[in-house]
Design a protein around this ligand. Structure first.
Ligand code: ADP
Length: 701
């Protein structure tokens, strides 16, 4: 047994353990390899995705920063048109363009003049003929109140003017004097010329001639009694101011707006006046490009100009196409300002063209569009996360995905991070896990089968050993069994031979014993022969229709003498009216003899045997019951196995071969029936043979 355990350990258990270990190891490595592969591919694709995002945005930037966009700004005929052209509408992104000169002053959008409020005449003109003439006209106008004369001198001064600005100043004086001397038509001509030719100029108080002239024209209309015309001029003026037609700062804007209001309110309601007043009110409620530009330039001044100055300082060279960019704003309103160098731009020297990215268009237009397209192409789930840890586009919290890669922006200075995860990755991992489970189950089944096989082989080996032991015991027993009747036969035949003076009875007894012992021997030899025929598969049955009760009765009778001699009481309850059936007479007689034999062998105190035969449904049952030593429930399952013998302590002379019941079982099963045993240790046993009246066709041979 020790050898066997060792064999089991080395040949079965060890390979199983090695196989399981190798299998597990392979699966673990496979899973790890796939995981690493996926992770590294995620890095590569996330980086590529970020590069694409940045490239797309840079493309948008290039479109916005095209030099022609800025040329259009300065080409605009008036400030209102320039302001309008400042708003840039790209395919994905929109925002505002602006233009800055080399001293970092904002050229466009222009909301105010940079000149001082009261500016002196250029030194060259001081004391010249124009200066002197203008001084005279002013003195006539302001001190002498001689308006007609003053008008004449102003006219002369205009002719003497050496610059456009000087001529405009003279024209303003002329208009004023003409108005004061009530020469309205001439005054209107002067102011109209001022409006037509000098709208880009300002008087010495820094007020645009365009505004001043219109205010004066409205005054002329009022004095002429045309309140309606006066209001129309004021309304148009207000409209143009709101549109930012002339660059004025906030203070001037408010000053003129109040001026317009104060001139409009005392007018009498006549003609279209009520209508104009209503339009004024409506206009006040609307947003104004000028005011918007004011806010925008305010943002540029406070947030952008210093940064642009700093950035330009870091540029290695200042040449065409040089670009810079930086972020402005904070939290959710972070956006980008980009600029490029425009060398020798439109007689203004080197300028900088800038683009302010509208935060709304970036978050709602460009970014979602770009991310969606890249997501779609790459199979990545992409999310932009701001400094606050929230999604830049939706403003919601960060989505929770496992296995992500987080990358900061590289070429664009956005303070955001791109979080990427593989859409298909979870599926892939699940597939690998499922494969592993499948292989694992497969391996487990193989291992279990091997284990079961090993156990079965082990059981077979020990069974074989047991059978070998039983066989040698059988040889031992059977030799002993053969010896007993042979000894008796020899003893009595010798007695008969040697002692001639035996009485008749004594002789008869000797003959009887010889016959009986010979019969017993025959029976035993028959059993052994039958058994070996069965073992070799050569046992044949001779089924013939017969009278079963008759066979049982004659067999019992032929055995009766033997039983009674041993002191057994015999009961026979054999029903006669059972239907005829097919059976092998000799084999059935053998079954009965075997059962009777056992009943005598395994009875000690109460020697009583009952043989019954009766019909039960479609079966005929015959029983052999004794009051002997009985069989325990544990043993009763095994007594039908070949060679099996219960170890009965008290019955040393029982002997036997262990073949009887296995033969009985074989014979009865060949008849399509079955054998049952009911037994209680110490009380006796009853063996029932159940035979079907109609033998199943397949059984017989
Ligand atoms: P054997 O030649 O030993 O009788 P059997 O196959 O006929 O072989 O019986 C197997 C075993 O069954 C016997 O050794 C005995 O222990 C038990 N057995 C059979 N018949 C009886 C019975 N009537 N009463 C008690 N035990 C029995």
């Amino acid at each position: 047994m020790k050898k066997l355990s060792l064999l089991f350990l080395v040949a079965i258990l060890l390979p199983i353990l090695v196989l399981s270990y190798l299998g597990y190891n392979t699966f673990a490595k496979r899973r790890e390899a796939v995981k690493n592969l996926l992770a590294s591919s995620l890095w590569v694709s996330a980086e590529a995705a970020l590069r694409s995002i940045e490239e797309s945005l840079l493309e948008d930037e290039s479109k916005a920063l095209r030099p022609e966009n800025f040329s259009r700004l300065v080409d605009a005929e008036d400030n209102a048109v320039a302001l309008e052209r400042c708003s840039f509408q790209g395919t994905r992104v929109h925002g505002k363009l602006f233009l800055v000169d080399r001293s970092f002053q904002i050229l466009v959008p222009k909301v105010t003049r940079e000149e001082p409020e009261f500016f002196p005449w250029p030194a060259s003109s001081a004391g010249g003929p124009f200066q002197n003439s203008l001084a005279r006209a002013e003195s006539l106008e302001f001190s002498g109140k001689a308006y007609s004369q003053a008008a004449d001198i102003y006219r002369k001064s205009a002719a003497l003017a050496s610059s456009r600005r000087e001529r405009a100043v003279a024209l303003e004086g002329l208009g004023r004097s003409l108005l004061l001397s009530r020469r309205y038509d001439a005054a209107i001509d002067a102011y109209r010329e001022l409006v037509a030719k000098y709208s880009d100029k300002e008087n010495r108080a820094g007020h645009p001639f365009a505004i001043i002239a219109r205010l004066q024209l409205s005054e002329i209309e009022r004095q002429k009694g045309g309140d309606e015309n006066c209001a129309a001029i004021l309304f148009e003026l207000y409209q143009k101011m709101r549109n930012g037609t002339w660059p004025v700062n906030q203070t001037l804007y408010e000053f003129f707006a109040a001026e317009i209001d104060s001139r409009l309110s005392p007018l009498r309601d006549q003609g279209r006046l009520a209508e104009i007043r209503a339009s004024m009110e409506e206009l006040r409620g609307q947003s104004s490009p000028h005011l918007k530009a004011l806010i925008f330039t305010d943002l540029l001044r406070t947030e952008a100009l210093t940064e642009i100055r700093r950035k330009v300082a870091t540029l290695p060279t200042i040449g065409a196409g040089q670009k810079g960019r930086f972020v402005v704003g904070s939290g959710n309103d972070v956006t980008l300002i980009s600029f490029s160098v425009l060398p020798e731009f439109k007689n203004q020297g080197t300028c900088l063209g800038g683009f302010y990215w509208e935060p709304g268009s970036l978050k709602e237009g460009a970014l979602p569009q770009i991310l969606d397209a890249i997501s779609h192409d790459s199979g990545l789930r992409l999310q932009l996360i701001g400094e606050s840890g929230r999604d830049v586009i939706t403003g919601e919290g960060r989505a929770v995905f496992t296995n992500t890669v987080t990358l900061p922006f590289g070429r664009l200075p956005f303070p955001w991070k791109l979080v990427a995860s593989q859409l298909a990755r979870h599926d892939l991992e699940r597939e690998v896990r499922r494969d592993n489970v499948l292989y694992g189950v497969f391996l487990a089944v193989i291992v279990t089968l091997m284990f079961l096989g090993a156990i079965l082989i082990l059981r077979d080996i020990s069974r074989e050993k047991e059978t070998t032991r039983q066989r040698s015991e059988f040889v031992n027993n059977i030799s002993h069994e053969f010896k007993t009747p042979l000894t008796l036969i020899r003893l009595y035949s010798e007695t008969l031979e040697r002692q001639e003076d035996l009485s008749r009875e004594e002789k008869n007894e000797a003959y009887e014993i010889i016959t009986k012992e010979a019969e017993r021997l025959t029976h035993m030899i028959n059993n052994v022969l039958d058994f070996s025929r069965i073992e070799m598969g050569r046992k044949e049955f001779n089924f013939k229709s017969g009278d079963l009760p008759e066979i049982i009765r004659t067999t019992l009778n032929s055995y009766r003498y033997h039983l009674e001699k041993k002191g057994f009481l015999i009961h026979a309850e054999i029903a006669a009216d059972v239907p005829p059936m097919e059976f092998d007479e000799e084999a059935i007689a053998g079954v009965l003899i075997n059962l009777l034999n056992n009943a005598t062998k395994f009875s000690s105190d109460r020697k009583e045997v009952t043989v019954r035969l009766f019909q039960k449904g479609a079966n005929i049952v015959f029983q052999v019951e004794d009051k002997g030593i009985g069989i325990s429930a544990k043993e009763s399952g095994r007594i039908f196995e070949k060679f099996y013998q219960v170890k009965n302590e008290g019955l040393t002379e029982a002997g036997g071969s262990g073949l009887g019941l296995s033969l009985v079982k074989h014979v009865i099963e060949a008849h399509g029936g079955e054998v049952q045993v009911e037994s209680e240790p110490g009380k006796g046993s009853a063996f029932s043979v159940i035979l079907p009246v109609e033998r199943p066709a397949s059984r017989g041979k």
